[in-house]
Ligand binder design. Structure first.
Ligand code: ADE
Ligand code: ZN
Length: 343
């Protein structure tokens, strides 16, 4: 059980979020407000009815509702409002920096221009209360040609994107399906990440590393099924962006007590805690931290490691990274020097 001191530590410590799909931050209330603003009709009669539909059995059952929710996003201001709501909410959780995924194909397939999507999200990142950068994700259930066409559309906005990722339905869509487009992105100097080992096997983590040359693995929790891969991830200090509440809602683990986060950390892996799709999975960053610290034997040393990992694994410039890491160290030094020292 989580005591008050640990609760305060995990809530107040500075942290970075590295795995957040901005379309997954769209709260039911905002979905309804945008539907009304844009004259879009929804299959659900009320906010409560929509929320009641958030009972998922696996990744695909979630994705079906997630793509339906995104259908209310039509204008640049809609993308701005969604992103600003996330940034303000994350600021309250002491998130200092976020690397935000967005799924342009979800919108361009509906006739929303690419520039509408990126300009709205990017402008909010400029105006928001925390540091934020953008990672454009390709939908892996679509073809590589579709991903290449999306990259072409993104080229005029190259300076607004720090990297690219790979998301959507994992099973049956291995990373190697996107070899050419990731190679082009690498040549363009974009940073590379991919979802792998969420529902898919450890082999997908290996091909994401060896064929796509990604620098971080999103989720990656199934790596423990392969001792060789686990040892490699620890040796090469490849970060995993773990999303605990997501893993429970999508039944990757039966219950939080069975989550493997402690094992990952104690094996020396650069694991981080993230929210994935906070509006759908029951919470933002601190909800995720509190859930794992409540259910698992995690210590203040683990909290410090998780906060440090989040900045170490980020795509921030070295100087900014050093400054945030110094902030984390200062926070924990103060916490351990207080009257009720916990470390
Ligand atoms: N898109 C949004 N959330 C996702 C997840 N958890 N896995 C794959 N694709 C996603
Ligand atoms: Zn994700």
């Amino acid at each position: 059980m989580l005591n008050d001191q640990m609760r305060n530590i995990v809530q107040q410590m500075p942290k970075a979020e590295l795995h957040i799909h901005i379309e997954g931050s769209l709260e039911p209330e905002l979905i309804f407000a945008l539907a009304q603003r844009n004259g879009v009709s929804l299959a659900y009669g009320s906010v409560d009815e929509l929320r009641a539909a958030y009972a998922f059995s696996d990744l695909q059952s979630f994705l079906d509702i997630y793509y339906a929710g995104a259908s209310v996003l039509l204008k640049e201001q809609d993308f701005y409002d969604m992103t600003m709501a996330y940034l303000v909410r994350s600021h309250a959780d002491n998130v200092r920096h976020a690397e935000i995924f967005f799924d342009p194909q979800t919108h361009t397939a509906r006739g929303v221009p690419f520039e509408t999507v990126i300009n709205g999200i990017w402008r909010a990142c400029q105006d928001g209360p925390i540091s934020a950068t953008l990672i454009m994700c390709f939908l892996r259930h679509l073809s590589e040609d579709d991903a290449i066409a999306t990259l072409e559309e993104a080229l005029p906005f190259r300076d607004k994107i720090i990297g690219v990722g790979l998301d959507s339905s994992e099973r049956g869509h291995p990373p190697e399906k996107f070899t050419r487009v990731f190679e082009r992105c690498r040549q363009l100097g974009l940073r590379l990440v991919a979802h792998a080992g969420e529902e898919g096997p450890p082999a997908y983590i290996e091909t994401a590393l060896d064929v796509l040359n990604v620098e971080r693995i999103d989720h990656g929790v199934r790596c423990l099924e392969s001792p060789e891969l686990t040892a490699r991830l620890a040796k090469e200090q490849i970060a995993l962006t773990v999303c605990p509440l997501s893993n429970i809602k999508l039944r990757v683990f039966g219950e939080m007590e069975a989550h493997n986060l402690v094992t990952l950390l104690d094996a020396g892996l650069v694991a981080t805690v993230n929210s994935d799709d906070p509006a759908y999975f029951g919470g933002y960053m601190n909800d995720n931290f509190l859930a794992v610290f409540d259910a698992l034997p995690l210590t203040a040393a683990h909290a410090r490691q998780l906060a440090r990992n989040s900045f170490t694994a980020s795509f921030l410039a070295p100087e900014a990274k050093r400054a945030f890491l110094a902030e984390v160290d200062q926070f924990f030094a103060s916490a351990s020097a207080g009257n009720n020292a916990i470390i």
